[in-house]
Ligand binder design. Structure first.
Ligand code: CAA
Length: 260
C-alpha cells in the first residue's frame, strides 16, 4: 500500500484510514479519490483479519472540506460529469464494502466530505464537527451522491433546505436529524468508532455482510429489497455460523462465529 494522500494503519483488525492533506483541509483531489479507489477495491481486501475500517481526516480542523476546488477551474460539462461519476463509483465501493466502515468526523465535513461520511455505514461525530453541502455557493450541486444520500438519511424536507441554503450544521443538529449515529467529545471519535466495529465483529460476519447488502438494496434501482432480504436470509441459513448461533442460543452459551 503506497499512498501520497492517505495514511493507513492496521491494528487489531481495524484499518484506520486518514485523509492526509491537512493544509487543504483534507480536500479530495483526483489523486486522493484514486487512492480511496485503490484501498476500497483492492488493498482492504488483502488485509488479513480485517474486521472494519475507520475513515477520518488529518488534524483537528477538518474531516474533509469537500472536493478540491483548485481542480475545478475551467471544468467542462463532460469533464465535470466524469469527475462526479468517478467520485460516485468510489463512494459506492465504500457503501458496498462487506465489513463495517465508520466515519470518525473530527471537523468540517462539507461537500464531498459530507458525502464521504454519508457513504460510510456509520458516522461518529466529534462535538466540533460541522456538516453541510455548500456546493450552490460555487454554482454547483453535490456530485458524489449528496443529493441522494442526504435525502435518504434526513428526509426531503431538511435535505432540500440544507442543499438550497448551503447552511452548515453542527454535530448535535446532525445527530437530531439522523445524519450521525453518535456525538462524542472531540478527540474521542476514533475510540468510539473502534468500539462500534469491535461490537459488530462479535456478530456473525456473513450475516453482517448480508445486512449491509440488504439495507443497500432498499435504495437500489430495480431491486425489490424484500425479495433481496428473503434471498439473503436463505443464504445465511446455509452458513455454519447460523448453525452455531442457533445451537449456542439453545445451549445457553456464547456463540463462536467463524465467518463460514
Ligand atoms: N478545496 C481546496 N482547498 C480547500 C478546500 C477545498 N474544498 N477547503 C479549504 N481549502 C483550503 C483553503 O483554500 C485554504 O488554503 P490556503 O491556506 O492555501 O489558502 C486552506 O484549505 C484553509 O482553508 P480556509 O483558509 O478557507 O479556512 P477557514 O477556517 O477560513 O474556512 C472552511 C474553513 C469553511 C471549511 C472553508 O475552507 C471552506 O468553505 N471550504 C470550502 C468548502 C466547500 O465549498 N466544499 C465543497 C467543495 S465542492 C464539492 O465538494 C463538490 C462535490 O460534491 C463533489
Amino acid at each position: 500500500m503506497n499512498y501520497q494522500n492517505l495514511l493507513v494503519s492496521f491494528e487489531q483488525g481495524i484499518a484506520l484510514l486518514t485523509i492526509n492533506r491537512e493544509k487543504a483541509l483534507n480536500a479530495l483531489n483526483a489523486q486522493t479519490i484514486n487512492e480511496l479507489h485503490q484501498f476500497f477495491s483492492q488493498d482492504a481486501y488483502n488485509l488479513e483479519g480485517l474486521i472494519g475500517v475507520i475513515v477520518t481526516g488529518a488534524g483537528e480542523k477538518a474531516f474533509v472540506a469537500g472536493a478540491d476546488i483548485t481542480e475545478f477551474r475551467g471544468l467542462s460539462a463532460s469533464a465535470g460529469k466524469d469527475l462526479a461519476q468517478r467520485g460516485q463509483d468510489v463512494f459506492f465501493l465504500i457503501e458496498r464494502f462487506p465489513k463495517p466502515v465508520v466515519a470518525a468526523v473530527n471537523g468540517f465535513a462539507l461537500g464531498g466530505g459530507c458525502e464521504l461520511a454519508m457513504a460510510c455505514h456509520l458516522r461518529v461525530a466529534g462535538e466540533k464537527a460541522k456538516f453541510g453541502q455548500p456546493e450552490v455557493n460555487l454554482g454547483l450541486i453535490p456530485g458524489y451522491g449528496g443529493t441522494q444520500r442526504l435525502v435518504q438519511y434526513i428526509g426531503k424536507t431538511k435535505a432540500m433546505e440544507l442543499l438550497m441554503t448551503a447552511d452548515i450544521i453542527d454535530a448535535n443538529d446532525a445527530h437530531h436529524l439522523g445524519l450521525v449515529n453518535y456525538v462524542v467529545p472531540s478527540g474521542a471519535e476514533i475510540e468510539k468508532a473502534r468500539a462500534l466495529i469491535e461490537k459488530i465483529a462479535s456478530k456473525a460476519p456473513i450475516a453482517i455482510q448480508h445486512v449491509i447488502a440488504s439495507v443497500n438494496a432498499y435504495f437500489a434501482e430495480n431491486v425489490d429489497g424484500f425479495v433481496f432480504e428473503v434471498d439473503s436470509f436463505g443464504a445465511c441459513c446455509s452458513t455454519d455460523d447460523f448453525q452455531e448461533g442457533a445451537t449456542a442460543f439453545l445451549e445457553k452459551r456464547k456463540a463462536e462465529f467463524k465467518g463460514k
